[in-house]
Design a protein around this ligand. Structure first.
Ligand code: 6PG
Length: 247
């Protein structure tokens, strides 16, 4: 695999500070290059500290929020005010605290009963904002990883791993709440930058397998993330990195 950067930090706080610097750098680069910054947020617990930092000084004023377009790499099929909603988590920690308009926050309509229609609607929304008929090229996609190697809502041995046509699709996954909508591999692999935030000793085995094991994305879906014209940065805490031979 090419263009991979790996860094290990003492704890979540140090990792989140580094992640904030990565987001700011990607925003500056994108705005200088094409005038706006497209980011896909991840759910889970790990990015909460990053989102809170980005809402505070000295970080928040380093981003020109008027030029940011916010999406999600996956969403749980719950209403947006549910405590399980990735949108709600990001809104409460970051989006509701910075000068973003509603038009800049592109929430996954994952609460809709027709999940195929919701996936298509989100695809259409991405294509509208990115002004493309093809696959949007995100400036930055944030991802987490689960202890069995899942990322976004791409889980081991699921059909979603092979999807090459749809950009967003409904899935039913082992991690509650099971019904989700997720970005598919083509969207992840079109990104300019992908930033994984991974903490905890329970993920150490999967981290080792993903970075140093045989290529087997059916077992370890995070291995699928290899953007053809982009780079991947992994930020670990010492627990998550503890099985790596090179730390
Ligand atoms: C979600 C994400 C999932 C998450 C990982 C890591 O559940 O919303 O889809 O991919 O990023 O499971 O979650 P933690 O950061 O909570 O460990």
């Amino acid at each position: 695999m090419q263009n991979i950067h790996v860094s290990t930090y003492a704890d979540l706080e140090a990792l989140s500070l580094a992640a904030a610097r990565c987001v700011i750098q990607a925003a500056h680069e994108a705005i200088a290059d094409h005038g706006y910054f497209t980011i896909a947020l991840s759910g889970g617990n790990t990015p909460k500290a990053l989102y809170s930092l980005l809402a505070e000084e000295p970080y928040t004023s380093q981003i020109d929020w008027s030029k940011v377009e916010v999406f999600w790499s996956d969403e749980r099929c719950v209403p947006p005010d549910s405590p399980d909603s990735c949108y709600r988590m990001a809104y409460d920690t970051l989006l509701g605290k910075v000068p973003l308009t509603e038009q800049q926050i592109h929430r996954v309509p994952a609460e809709q009963a027709d999940r195929d229609a919701a996936s298509q609607a989100y695809t259409d929304e991405m294509r509208r904002v990115f002004k493309t008929e093809g696959t949007p090229v995100f400036d930055l996609i944030l991802l987490g990883m689960g202890p069995e190697g899942h990322t976004a809502s791409l889980f081991p041995h699921q059909e979603s791993l092979k999807e090459q046509v749809r950009l967003v699709m409904p899935v039913t996954v082992p991690k509650p709440p099971p019904p989700r909508l997720t970005f598919t591999p083509p969207v992840l692999n079109a990104a300019k930058h992908v930033l994984f935030l991974v903490t905890g000793k329970d993920k150490a085995e999967a981290v080792q397998a993903v970075l140093e094991g045989e290529y087997n994305p059916e077992e370890y879906p995070a291995q699928i993330v290899q953007p053809s014209n982009g780079d991947v940065t992994w930020l670990f805490d010492t627990g998550a990195a503890s099985h790596l031979s090179q730390k």
